[in-house]
Design a protein around this ligand. Structure first.
Ligand SMILES: Nc1ncnc2c1ncn2[C@@H]1O[C@H](COP(=O)(O)OP(=O)(O)OP(=O)(O)O)[C@@H](O)[C@H]1O
Ligand SMILES: [Mg+2]
Length: 646
């Protein structure tokens, strides 16, 4: 008898459920990963270490799984499998109640949709959202901690759309902030929805030729805000395609507050103001003001003034208990010297928190990965056998790179984009098999590969991506790395450590505890976005410009926190509506003054304005280009017109 059948007096009575076909892509627990993890869990558990220490700020989240562990396991454990051969969609008694929420079974769905969900029951978060997402067409905002199973909510929204549009005449857009998240989604949904003839197209690359064909042919378009922005900026000629978008899924909507959030805000506001009837479903990590996102999106296209349906789930819904620590160290000005400080502290922290379970150490460069791996291997090899922080590898892994081979003898490895495919795979497999206990990696492993990790360490918080020189990691980068700890299939508790400068403690503490209020960043690039909307024809008059601006997240937040938004030349003492009007007038005038926008009866982009929009050039760069003399030399162009060093 399955453990599922006897939970707290709940009796589950299978009758005639069908078994998923053997070709089903869903068999998570039959994977080597899950088997190895189970093996690891049984042989390597050790008492929990409580954390103290002057430099550290630790706080524990949740101590109770959202769903009993038995329920959170995907249903391919042997006992589950046998039950699936004969299940029914009728419960003899009520299904279990978790956190006061009665769990819903995927077997309530029609057969062809049910197989998308490889679980006996939806968890508490999913069950609570089942009605608003699957039984209604209104916009929905869900804020819940990482690892809560939010992806299923998007899949339910897709199911709802399919049910309502049997003709298949629709397009779904999924937006995630990173290419790797998009790739992961494309792989997963490509398989999951193929039996329904829904094709997925990933649009994240740089080539243009194929894009429109892909958009035209696919039912589900998986893309980043930047890419969708650049495509829809050129969509004047493809209005029909745009009209086909019926569902807009926004994953990780909390990136609104990152520097790139303005693009997300602009594309969503563009979709909102298009005439088509689009449903929005937005997922967010824990943020204190998720209701502002609901206000921004509105209930539906006819009731934009009523907030979207909002559900917030606290940390108690996190299926795996995650203890987070922010360790601040006295920061030397020089990053190189600071890295040495972190090197000195890392082994001690690992010893304190790892419980002999798998560890991932995120390093900020490839070189740092290799050096850190060498450091840990050396430290481990000098420990006495009985004191060792992780067990010795039981077998040797064959890898090509010499430095990798050396550290792997000590149960340590590194993983980054500079490794060849074979070595990367060897590292992943060896870690999954339990022969390697530590991976020092770059953010390439932050998404995608589902590796069982108990302890995640962020060794430093200064990143070198984007070409703008060193910069503190963004929220999304940090949350993705921390999210590697304690994936539900692998662990029931986990630890995440951020090592940073003392001066950053407050920032990261707020970030990981979800206290950071979500603010808009649209005001920082407002003029570029106004120009694109004029180019697209969605803004033709000052009135339309103001309306567009009133429909942004910026306007929602400016009303609530006016002091935060300092707009050059616009007095703070004015009320928000007035300030928004002034900024609108000012920017449209600037665009006209620089011949980017012309105005006869209505606003229109000039050739320059269209080029600025199509090629995503900033206003400042455009101004410099336009100020070049006609016979500009190469030096003039390079020194004045090109954007400052990338
Ligand atoms: N009802 C369920 N029962 C058991 N496992 C589930 C259930 N729903 C989701 N999971 C598993 O939980 C894990 C986390 O799911 P998912 O990635 O959707 O979470 P998330 O909330 O989007 O997290 P993140 O913030 O990291 O993106 C996945 O491995 C998934 O297979
Ligand atoms: Mg997710």
């Amino acid at each position: 008898m399955s453990i599922l059948m006897l939970i707290g007096g709940f009796k589950y009575s299978p009758k005639d459920r069908q078994s998923p076909t053997s070709s089903s892509p869903f068999a998570p627990n039959s994977s080597p990963t899950a088997r190895v993890t189970l093996r690891r869990a049984t042989i390597r558990s050790a008492p929990t270490t409580e954390c103290t220490g002057g430099e550290e700020l630790g706080f524990e989240e949740n101590t109770r799984p959202a769903t009993p562990p038995e329920l959170t396991q995907p249903s391919s454990q042997p006992s589950h499998d046998s039950n699936r051969t004969a299940h029914t969609n009728s419960f003899k008694h009520s299904p279990p109640i978790v956190h006061g929420i009665q769990l819903v079974s995927p077997y309530d769905l029609p057969d062809r949709l049910r197989q998308i969900f490889p679980y006996e029951l939806f968890n508490a978060v999913q069950s609570q959202c089942y009605e608003p997402i699957y039984k209604s067409n209104n916009n929905v905002v869900i804020s819940a901690p990482t690892g809560c199973g939010k992806t299923i909510l998007l899949e339910l929204a897709i199911c709802k759309l399919i049910e309502g549009h049997k003709s298949g005449e629709f397009k779904i857009v999924y937006q995630a902030p990173t290419k790797s998240l998009c790739s992961e989604r494309t792989r997963d949904w490509g398989r999951k929805f193929s039996h329904l003839n829904l094709t997925c197209a990933e649009l994240t690359g740089d080539t243009n030729q194929h894009e429109m064909i892909k958009v035209r042919d696919a039912s589900i378009i998986i893309t980043t805000p930047e890419k969708w922005d650049s495509i829809t900026r050129k969509w004047k000629d493809h209005q029909k395609l745009l009209q086909l978008v019926k569902l807009f899924l926004i994953d990780e909507v909390h990136v609104l507050k990152d520097a790139r959030g303005a693009t997300l805000e602009a594309v969503v506001s563009r979709m909102k103001s298009s005439d088509s009837n689009v449903r929005f479903v937005a997922l967010s990590a824990t943020v204190p003001n998720s209701e502002d996102i609901a206000v921004w999106l509105g209930k539906n296209c006819t009731q934009k003034d009523v907030p979207a349906h909002l559900h917030r789930f606290g940390e108690e819904f996190r299926p795996v208990k995650l203890k987070k620590h922010v360790y601040g160290f006295d920061g030397q000005a020089n990053d190189f010297v600071f890295e040495k400080v972190l090197d000195g502290k890392l082994p001690g922290l690992i010893q304190k928190h790892s419980q002999k379970k798998p560890i991932m150490v995120f390093c900020l460069t490839r070189k740092a990965c290799e050096k850190t791996a060498a450091l840990l291997a050396d430290w481990w090899s000098r420990q006495r056998d009985i004191d060792r922080t992780w067990p010795a590898p039981t077998q040797r892994t064959r890898v090509g790179k010499k430095e990798l081979q050396e550290v792997m003898l000590c149960g340590v490895s590194f993983h980054h984009a500079g490794l060849d495919q074979q070595d990367r795979l060897a590292v992943e497999t060896s870690y999954l098999k339990g022969d390697t206990n530590v991976i020092c990696c770059t953010s390439t492993l932050a998404v995608g590969v589902n590796l069982p990790c108990h302890l995640v360490v962020l060794k430093g918080t200064v990143g070198y991506q984007g070409g703008d020189g060193p910069a503190e990691l963004s929220d999304i980068e940090v949350m993705q790395m921390l999210g590697r700890a304690g994936r539900p299939q692998f662990d029931d508790s986990a630890v995440a450590i951020i090592m940073t400068r003392k001066s950053n403690i407050d920032r990261y503490q707020k970030m990981v505890s979800g206290q950071d209020v979500l603010e808009s960043t649209l005001h920082l690039n407002l003029i570029e976005h106004l120009n694109s909307e004029v180019g697209l024809g969605s803004i033709k008059t000052l009135h339309e410009a103001k309306n567009w601006l009133m429909g942004t997240f910026l306007s929602v937040r400016m009303r609530l926190n006016p002091d935060y938004y300092k707009l050059e030349g616009i007095p703070l003492e004015r009320d928000t509506d007035h300030r928004l009007e002034l900024v609108c007038e000012r920017d449209l005038k600037l665009l006209q003054d620089h011949q980017l926008v012309s105005r006869n009866d209505s606003f229109m982009c000039t050739e320059y304005g269209n080029a600025m929009s199509r090629y995503m050039v900033t206003f400042d760069t455009m101004k410099s280009i336009l100020s070049l003399p006609e016979q500009a030399t190469t030096e003039d162009i390079v020194s004045k017109a090109l954007p400052k060093p990338l």
